[in-house]
Design a protein around this ligand. Sequence first.
Ligand code: MN
Length: 285
Amino acid sequence: MRLCRFNDDCLGLILNEQVIDVSEALDALPPLRWPVPPGDALIANLAAVRRRVDAVKGMSFVQRHASVRLKSPVANPAKIIGAPANYTAHVDEARADAGIHHGGDIKTINEYGLFLKSSSSLVGPGEGVALRFPDRRNDHEVELALVIGRETDGIAEADALDVVAGYAIGLDITVRGAEDRSLRKSVDSYSVLGPWLVTADEIADPDNLDLCIAVNGETRQDSNTRHLIFSCRRLIAYASRFYRLYPGDIVMTGTPEGVGPLKPGDVMSCEIERIGRMEVAVRAA
Ligand code: MN
C-alpha cells in the first residue's frame, strides 16, 4: 500500500497516477492526551489505519497526485537517523573534493557510526527546500529512507526488517563546512521525505534498489542500494543498540557518489525503484 499526506493533512491512497482521499481512515487513530508517546501516531497504528483505508477507499474523492501538495508521509518522527559515508564511491569523492571534506579526514560509517538530524528539518516534496546559506555549498544527497514501525530496543540484524513499516525517498540536504554534521544537516527543510510511504510488504529486498537524482534534468547520482556499506538490516540493528527506536523514526541510509551543489530555482527529480518519483523545488529562504 502507498500512503501519502497531502494538502491540509489529508491522508491519501496512491493508485497508479491517482490519489484517493482516505482521510476518514484517520478515525482509526486513538485520541491523544498529553504527554503523547514518542513517535508518529499514524505509523504506530498503521495496521488499523490500513484496514480502515480498505473499507473507505471505494467511496472517496479521487484526483491526480501530480495536482496535490505532498507533505512528508511521516508527520511526527521522534528522530531522523543519518548514515554518514555509507557508500564507498561517495567516500572516495569526499576524500578527493575539498568542497566536501573541508580539510577533515574522511572516514567511513565503520568509524563514524550514525548521526541525528533534527526532526524539525523535515518537509515533504511539495514544500520544497529553502536554502539558508546561499554563499555556501548546499548539496543534495538522495537516499533510501526507511520508517520504523514499532518500538524496538536492541534487535538482531537477521530480524531487523521485521520492524520496518515502509520505505520512501529521502533527501539529506547538507551545508558543507567544518561545523558538526548534525548542525549542517538540520536546517529547516533540509530533510525531505516522500513522495509517499510504500509499506514494507511491497519491498522484499531494500538492499537492491536503483536510486537516482537529476537536477534540472541533468543526472547527478545514479546507483543501487546493494552498494551500501552498512545494509538496511545492519543500520537498524546498529541504531537499536544506541537508542530505542519508535514508530515513525526515519533512517536515511546514506548517499551514493555524485553529490553536488544546489541553487535557488533548481528542481530535483528523485526516483527509487519500487517506490516512485518525486520533484522537489529549491528556493532561497
Ligand atoms: Mn546523507
